[in-house]
Ligand binder design. Sequence first.
Ligand SMILES: [Zn+2]
Length: 295
Amino acid sequence: MLFRRHFLAGLALTPVAARAAQPLGTVATISILADMVRQVGGNEVDVVSLVPPDGDAHTYEPRPGDLLAVRGARVVVENGLGLEGWMDRLRGASGFAGVRVVAAEAVTPRHFVEDGATTIDPHAWQDPRNGVRYVRAIAAGLAKADPAHADAWRARADAYAAEIAATDAWIAARLAAVPAEKRQIVTSHDAFGYYGDRYGIRLHFVEGIATDAEPSARDMARLIGDIRAQGIRAVFIENMTDPRLMAAVAHDAGVTVGPEVYSDALSPPGGPADTYIKMLRYNTAAFADAMLTNR
Ligand SMILES: [Zn+2]
């Protein structure tokens, strides 16, 4: 009898317990956002990134599995600012009915003028103060989808935001050691504009905001001229771009290419930049060391 009562009670409780333990299914467009979701959501969230580590969000082509992932998600986290041109269509086709988070919604966008046309620069996460804004948006979105965990997620978001703010202070101190006239870097696409604005670094690059534009011979020649004239030795390739273009520029300018830096995607797990904070620190160390060798 006793056994029977416990058995029935167990049966009645199982579905509720199982539902409570089910992590909140979340899809992030890029690995940087997926890391932020993981930091805020902890074990109560199960997150996948559509664009893989080392992947290029600008030119990404969704796979059939992505449609199913978005359809089954309760939260989708996107950057916004025009980064994921393929996402509206994917979300629409999936019939997604959950909470949509646009991480950059509270960011003041940076604009970029190229050949007379003004474009919004989507790489806002490269300024850690925007990273904090992203974290707030993500915590609010998770809480909306699953209010039962809202307090825990807000507390974790607060701790994580403090860690990002401490990283921002560390970066500013590290770069303060570089004389102002040496604060110049060359990268293959213009992904570090927010970073440069934040820390007073002058940027040169081969491609514009996106990675799919072919630079003209004139653009290449102008960049090589700048590298020579300014005595720049801090020349970098981002992890998600084709290295050949920058290798050719560096060769013609007579400089060597520095370590790979991380702009639009994290490294695979176990790599030097497999979290957002590690990415910021790794890039900063690489930039600072190389900028000191500028003439
Ligand atoms: Zn980019």
